[in-house]
Design a protein around this ligand. Structure first.
Ligand code: BG6
Length: 471
């Protein structure tokens, strides 16, 4: 890989920070995502979190208490040789309701100390501005991103962080997996549907507001620091046709477009014709002003960040099994094995996805999430022999290197997801572990919170030390 390749790891405030009421932080989406069977309907925006039974547990509120452990955790990242660390700010830590005139200094100070700690070890901070995270006040007052008012709130927050960290943060990502809005609208973007609403229309209007906010944030970041780079981000994974039946091929193209839709706007600066036609067919009117169009055109992303966990597959004959577990509906691909949570494992699909994105956008790619969620067992020697995770990461890194070296895809860096165990976004479990660092905590939040190096910790340390030459 190129010499300046950004090897590192990724987490997000909503799944690991905890400290949900510390230093004046306000309520955010993650604080109302319940543990258990109600989690999915709440994330989908079809169940109101206010109707959840008393005694419900909200695992994101405590996370893994990164808030209280960050110095220790960053020291472990440094020991692995991280060159960068992708994490997110909790918006409501900085603007508790999203509408204050002045930011919460205690929240800003926390991130300042956090970033200084990273820089002390020479670790480049990669900051996601909004990772499934919105002050609940904005959700309640405005119905979240369905309102233009939230663009202003987002920009006020952006301006504060861009100025405060002008000399410290060079890479920003405006929204985590912006296309998740279509699949888990409440978790992804705070959208809860009201009776009688057309969900698709609401989602596309909210998407438009996020896209305008993203473009304006990109503009603002460049004005404040012309040296910084601002990326957009997609939950990626190419969609395969189950067969060469033309209907399957066409359907796979449609499914790919569901995700490309966002990046088509963020990377190319305009709505694609297929989207306009879809809105027409569905009778959807999205409020897009002429000024919005100029903003989108003039402020495209500098790089394209992506998460890749698996490829997807579609068939149109109504036969066969669905692949379980994943939020993206998919037919079961008979050529692939699956994780314990039913997510397909497809390293070659990673190479395919990277090539498809680079062919389409010709902008640098940054792999900011990839990894295997698995049950880990702590051995009596107090480590985890996670060879399955090493296999997953090895084969995916190999595929990424082939994309770079053999196919010429421009890749800036690689930050595997949940480099330290954290709360799963979709299931709320701790037992779905991605980390190279084990956290002694169970699904109910019990445990010592101790951090323990897994076998993959030492393996990944060597990968970074050898710049990927030694897998
Ligand atoms: C991505 C998200 O979709 O996948 C993360 O950006 C999430 O927040 C990750 O944690 C893995 O999903 P899960 O449900 O296994 O935590």
């Amino acid at each position: 890989m190129r010499k300046d390749f950004l090897w590192g790891g990724a987490t997000a405030a909503n799944q690991c920070e905890g400290g949900w009421q510390a230093d004046g932080r306000g309520m955010a989406i993650v604080d109302v995502l319940p543990q258990g069977e109600n989690r999915l309907p709440v994330m989908q925006g079809v169940m109101d979190y206010r109707t959840l039974p008393e005694g419900t547990r909200y695992p994101g509120r405590d996370g893994i208490d990164l808030y209280g452990h960050y110095k220790q955790d960053i020291a472990l990242f440094a020991e692995m040789g991280f060159r960068c660390y992708r994490f997110s700010f909790s918006w409501s830590r900085i603007f508790p309701t999203g509408e204050e005139e002045q930011p919460n200094e205690a929240g800003l100070k926390f991130y300042e100390d956090f970033i200084d700690e990273l820089l002390r070890y020479g670790i480049e901070p990669i900051v996601t501005i909004c990772h499934f995270d919105l002050p609940m006040h904005l959700v309640e007052k405005y119905g979240s991103w369905r309102s233009r008012a939230v663009i202003d709130a987002y920009l006020r927050y952006c301006e504060v962080i861009f100025r405060r960290f002008r000399n410290k943060v060079r890479y920003w990502i405006t929204f985590n997996e912006i296309n998740m809005l279509m699949h888990l609208p409440f978790m992804g973007a705070g959208i809860r549907f009201e009776a009688g609403e057309n969900p698709l229309a609401v989602k596309y209007q909210a998407a438009h507001h996020e896209l305008v906010a993203s473009a304006l944030a990109t503009k603002l970041a460049h004005e404040i620091n012309p040296e910084c780079q601002v990326g957009c981000m997609i939950a990626a994974g190419s969609v395969y046709p189950y067969s060469c039946r033309p209907e399957d091929v066409w359907e796979s193209m449609q499914k790919d477009r569901e995700a490309y839709f966002f990046i088509d706007v963020q990377a190319r600066g305009a709505y694609p014709n297929y989207a306009k036609k879809l809105w027409e067919r569905e009778g959807i009117t999205v409020d897009v002003t002429e000024e919005d169009e100029h903003i989108l055109k003039a402020n495209t992303a500098d790089f394209i960040a992506l998460s890749y966990y698996n490829s997807r597959c579609v068939r149109t004959d109504g036969q066969g099994e669905a692949s379980g577990g994943n939020v993206f509906a998919s037919a079961k691909n008979p050529y692939l094995t699956c994780s314990q949570w039913g997510w397909p494992i497809d390293p070659m699909g990673f190479r395919i996805t990277l090539n498809a994105l680079y062919d389409r956008y010709e902008k640098p790619l940054f792999v900011v999430e990839n990894g295997l969620g698995a049950v880990d067992v702590l051995t009596p020697e107090r480590t985890v022999a996670d060879d399955y995770r090493i296999d997953y990461l090895r084969t995916h890194i190999q595929a990424m290197m082939q994309a770079a070296d053999e196919d010429g895809v421009d890749i800036m860096g690689y930050t595997p997801w949940g480099c330290i165990d954290l709360v799963s976004a979709t299931t709320g479990e701790m037992s779905k572990r991605y980390g190279m660092i084990y956290v002694d905590q169970d699904n109910d939040g019990h445990g010592t919170g101790e951090r323990i190096r897994k076998k993959s910790f030492y393996w990944y340390r060597d990968v970074i030390a050898n710049n990927g030459a030694n897998l």
